[in-house]
Design a binder for this molecule. Structure first.
Ligand SMILES: Cc1ncc(COP(=O)(O)O)c(C=O)c1O
Length: 489
């Protein structure tokens, strides 16, 4: 509120401390070496600006009366965030949600069984590897018409929890397409298993009753959110929230975070997290109400004046029993002849529109309070133009192959010597890479799994169509890394 003096509690104390340090003209004999931008590559300084560089400091905060305790100021900012998001404790993260997921799996399930959807983000696999955990997978529901690998059935997750009693269940909530499984139903049927919500795409759920409920509200133990994805923090800045029901895990989480995170966190990233909380406190609800109204009006206009269709709550419910994030525009290319991937290229080249994601059938765009009515108008004009320029080449989709047999645990496979083989000769060998084609973003093989003929055929199709295979050391898959000896158990 302009002009009103705030209580210290309500002020962005971390940011103000940095600004005070910057303004005092301190003679810098400390890291980082660029001296507040005084010694750096000129084109870089020009691109990011001296204001930004002079705030790039570490552990030299100034309070109103002089040097301040950086970690105490930060803890106060995290406490404010915890109150805001309804958490028992919140931690600011400087290595993205990936870092938070690694730490949470290490803290909650080292050496134990961890259950997750096969369509989980790579950071979940990495966390399970770091924690020497025993992964148990549930298969997601693939929909060929939309080329979307959606959430797995809740009943199946519950059945596996009851049968195998994993220490931890990791759920993606929501996924890249905005699909959020029914968390309240899930949480009631998992027994003692704790739930880690990968809420990378859902930090804004707090601000609107139209959105699915935040994961903390339905009973996850820990949620990790990419504040940089849907809120206003800088890229890489995320938050980990601990539920009031899981206060006993804070110590283990702090220990894991201190093992995994840098000892020189970027002040810019931390200040951007504090700023995102302040922004949410001050205007979150109003800004998101506007943003979601804009998203809705764009959806209505797409349905009204283009041949394309948007993913709707009804389709989300009937195909995946999921709720839909209203901030996402998932636009199906219908029978226009466009693949989502080709449409995304066209939108970028001809209309300077950058989408978030594309697959064979659809494109995905995110709407935040940073978007304007004019953005929506350009998008509609571009989609109309797209509809009359269709290449009439049928869009191809191919279901991912069945999950292959596991011959070793992933972390065990990574300890084995590696051999490089031609990809086409790799059938029967044990993978040492994670092979994860985008789209659809589901790992086809992870370390320790046998490479099947179906996997080779699928990935040959994928690479022939120019899709990216993430995780493989040779992204064009001429050769791949396999376990040297057949050390199968
Ligand atoms: C579902 C999901 N989880 C986790 C992550 C990792 O988030 P971050 O980029 O903040 O590390 C991503 C990133 O795209 C994601 O899509």
């Amino acid at each position: 509120m302009p002009g009103k003096r705030r209580e210290p509690e309500e002020r962005p104390e971390f940011l103000l401390g940095l600004v005070r340090y910057q303004r005092e003209g301190i003679v810098r004999f400390h890291t980082p070496g660029h001296r507040g931008g005084g010694w750096t590559y000129p084109a870089w300084a020009q691109a990011v600006g001296m204001g930004c560089l002079s705030l790039d400091v570490s552990d030299v905060l100034h309070g109103e009366e002089g040097p301040a305790d950086w970690s105490q100021v930060l803890r106060r900012a995290e406490k404010r965030a915890a109150r805001h998001f309804g958490a028992h404790a919140t931690r600011f993260l400087v290595n993205g949600t990936s870092g938070g997921i690694h730490a949470a799996i290490l803290a909650l399930a080292a050496g134990e069984k961890v259950l997750f959807s096969r369509a989980s983000h790579l950071s979940v696999y990495a966390g399970a590897i770091l924690a020497q955990a025993v992964p148990r997978y549930v298969d997601p529901v693939y929909d060929r018409e939309w080329d979307i690998v959606g959430p797995p059935p809740v009943g199946e997750l519950q059945r596996v929890c009851q049968r195998e009693r994993p220490k931890l269940l990791v759920v993606t909530y929501p996924d890249y397409y905005g699909l959020a499984l029914p968390g309240d139903r899930l949480a009631h049927g998992v027994g003692e298993t704790r739930i880690l919500a990968d809420e990378a795409h859902g930090a804004h759920f707090l601000y609107s009753p139209q959105a699915p409920a935040p994961a903390l509200a339905w009973g996850c133990a820990v949620s990790v959110q990419s504040t940089h994805k849907m809120l206003g923090a800088l890229t890489q800045a995320s938050m980990l929230h601990v539920s009031p029901k899981a206060s006993d895990v804070v110590f283990a989480l702090d220990r894991a975070l201190s093992l995994l995170q840098t000892t020189s966190p970027s002040a810019l990233l931390l200040a951007s997290l504090e700023a995102a909380v302040m922004q949410g406190l001050e205007n979150g609800r109003d800004e998101w109400e506007r943003a979601l109204a804009l998203a809705e009006s764009i959806r209505e206009e797409i349905e009204r004046s283009t041949p394309f269709h948007c993913l709707s709550p009804d389709v989300a419910a009937s195909r995946w029993q999921a709720q839909l994030d209203p901030a996402r525009l998932v636009i199906h290319m219908g029978d226009s002849g466009w693949t989502g991937l080709a449409a995304a290229r066209y939108l970028r080249q001809e209309w300077k529109i950058q989408v978030e994601l594309a697959n064979q059938r659809a494109i995905v765009l995110l709407v935040t309070p940073g978007n304007t009515k004019a953005d929506g108008e350009v998008l509609i004009a571009a989609l109309r133009a797209l509809s009359v320029r269709a290449p009439k080449k049928p869009a191809e989709t191919l279901a991912p192959p069945p999950r292959p047999p596991q011959r070793m645990l992933p972390w065990e496979a990574l300890r084995q010597p590696v051999q490089w083989v031609k990809f086409k000769d790799s059938v029967g060998r044990i993978a040492s890479d994670i092979l994860c084609p985008y789209p659809p973003g589901i790992p086809i093989a992870v370390p320790g799994e046998e490479i099947t003929p179906e996997i080779v055929a699928y990935l040959e199709h994928v690479t022939a169509h120019g899709w990216e295979v993430r995780g493989a050391f040779d992204p064009r898959l001429r050769r791949i890394a396999v376990v040297k000896e057949s050390g199968a158990r």
